[in-house]
Design a protein. Sequence first.
Length: 135
Amino acid sequence: MIHSIPVCSALAFCFAIHYTAQAQAPDLDPAFATDGLMVLPDGGLAEFNNAMDHMPNGDLLLTGSAWDVVVYAPLVGALPVWRVAPNGSMVSGWGTNGLVSIDLPDSREEGQKIIAQPDGKVVIGGFAGVRILPS
């Protein structure tokens, strides 16, 4: 029996592999995105993926954080949430080209867990750090 699973890295790209129950190396699934590999849209920042779950319809949901790649530090900015169709294409009706950015005022957000509920709603767990500016 052949199984196919999506895999996403911390650097915001995904690939799908299929494997069999026998002891052999898995292969990229050519039916997913471009030859089994995709790079998630970045929204103009360096986003990192921390968590992934499946929607009831098979879509993938991913969340993470945004970073400044020049000084390699977290940005005060938006928490990214991507939605990817089972074939590896971005879900166009989800935010802008499959990316929703959640921005809380004056804070740095990071999604560390994402759960797709059976009714299609999404729950994200993580943290937000608030900046305290001197008076």
